[in-house]
Design a protein around this ligand. Structure first.
Ligand code: CU
Ligand code: ZN
Length: 142
């Protein structure tokens, strides 16, 4: 992940096919202590903008509204918030159902971006859960 929007966030995530989707795991540090953060797959694998706006909106090949995984209609790129502990570290262990890796299908998340936000996702606001600035961004690649 690359720090964005002036943050000091760092971390490396592994992305692997698993079951009906893709599993993302790893560790992110430099977050505010005891904080929650929106976490999504975004459409474009471009983290170059200082605010990561270049990554575009949430990955949404099925044309659904933004929502809560396992509860309401949601983007395939939607995910539960990350929680940072008292040291500002979040352990990532997230399953994105319904997406694929390197298949070339509509569901393929290769060359898209993982984004961590400054604020928690409320799982309700459109189009992106009102999760605030993009504080870290990383392109999914081999
Ligand atoms: Cu996001
Ligand atoms: Zn979304």
């Amino acid at each position: 992940l690359q720090a964005r929007s002036g943050s000091a966030v760092s971390g490396t995530l592994q992305v692997n096919p698993m079951g009906d989707g893709v599993h993302v795991s790893g560790r992110i540090s430099g977050l505010a202590p005891n904080s929650d953060h929106g976490f999504h797959i975004h459409e474009k694998g471009d983290c170059s903008a200082a605010d990561a706006s270049s990554a575009g909106g949430h990955f949404n090949p099925a044309g659904q509204p933004h929502g809560k995984v396992g509860d309401t209609p949601h983007h395939l790129g939607d995910q539960m918030n990350l929680h940072a502990d008292a040291a500002g570290t979040a352990v990532v262990d997230a399953h994105f159902a319904g997406v694929s890796l390197g298949t070339g299908q509509d569901s393929d998340v290769m060359n898209r971006a993982l984004v961590v936000h400054a604020d928690p996702d409320d799982y309700t606001s459109q189009p992106s859960g009102n999760a605030g600035k993009r504080i870290a961004c990383g392109v999914i690649m081999k």
